[in-house]
Design a protein around this ligand. Structure first.
Ligand code: ATP
Ligand code: MG
Length: 259
């Protein structure tokens, strides 16, 4: 693998007696297009929460470009270049779409206290934000409150915010979940259009998306890495088919890919 951007060593997270993530050694290269798949409850979201600092690890380390960030709080990790979307969206629902994106862009360009100024004074920030909204086919909704948008478009706003941070590492937790299939290609197009150097890790249940996007796939089962390889290797792995690809609920998408 090329230069490593993000790495975990023996990363574990317990919830009481439950071991949600256990001893995960994982590497995400510069410019990676990597998918994390696995059954419900496998620990995928918990793993991303450990990478972003939403949750502290019980054991193990997280390294960003070789630097140990295990003890670094979430807001600092964002500043260091780790951005994410959530499985359930977290937006300022009472603010407009444009305001939400402007806040992310302003945070990145480091206008200290930007929150206390009307975003309307910063034309550079607004221009960039509008451009981002155009990319995500959201320009027509720029002045709408997030709460007025259908859920699928709210998820696009969330993606716009993550991209607006211009991260080194982008972690996407089921970005297309709840998005009508007619719109899900907008999300995938946006992800595929990201600058090449960004390391992208996507949690995704839709195998068509995984096989279209990912160059590497990690399968997580019961909190541990079960298999890792190219999409082709993962698809051909009989154990993976048994524990994940072949299971009810995923059979259709797995079949569709083969069909
Ligand atoms: N805050 C928490 N407190 C207690 N248990 C938790 C917590 N978060 C997750 N878990 C448990 O940890 C395990 C892993 O959950 P996680 O959400 O990481 O799975 P997942 O792979 O993202 O699943 P899905 O595909 O359904 O999103 C599950 O058994 C879950 O119930
Ligand atoms: Mg999850």
């Amino acid at each position: 693998m090329s230069e490593i951007r993000l790495e975990t060593q023996g990363l574990s997270r317990h919830f009481g007696a439950l071991v949600a993530v256990q001893g995960v050694d994982f590497k995400l290269g510069v410019g990676a297009r990597h998918a994390l798949i696995g059954p419900n409850g496998a620990g995928k979201t918990t793993f991303i929460n450990l990478l972003t600092g939403v949750l502290p690890a019980t054991r193990g380390r997280v390294l960003l470009s070789g630097r140990d960030i295990s003890a670094t709080v979430q807001a600092e990790r964002v500043k260091l270049g780790i951005a994410r979307t959530f499985q359930i969206n977290r937006l300022f629902r009472g603010l407009s779409v444009l305001e939400n994106v402007c806040m992310a862009v302003a945070e990145r360009v480091g206008t200290a206290g930007a929150m206390f100024y009307p975003a309307g004074r910063r034309t550079d920030i607004i221009d960039e934000s509008i451009q981002l909204l155009q990319t995500l086919k959201l320009a027509d909704a720029a002045r709408h409150r997030v709460s007025e948008l259908p859920y699928g478009r709210q998820r696009l706003v969330e993606l716009a915010i993550a991209i607006g941070l211009r991260p080194e590492v982008l972690l996407l937790d089921e970005p297309a979940a709840g998005v009508p299939s007619a719109e899900s290609h907008i999300i995938l197009d946006a992800i595929e259009g990201l600058p090449e150097h960004i390391a992208v890790l996507i949690i995704e249940h839709d195998m068509d998306v995984v096989f279209r996007f990912a160059k590497r796939v990690t399968v997580m089962v019961s909190g541990a890495i079960f298999a890792e390889g190219t999409p082709r290797e993962i698809e051909a792995n009989p154990q993976v088919r048994e524990v994940y690809l072949g299971q009810a609920g995923h059979a259709a998408t797995a079949r569709a890919h083969h069909g």
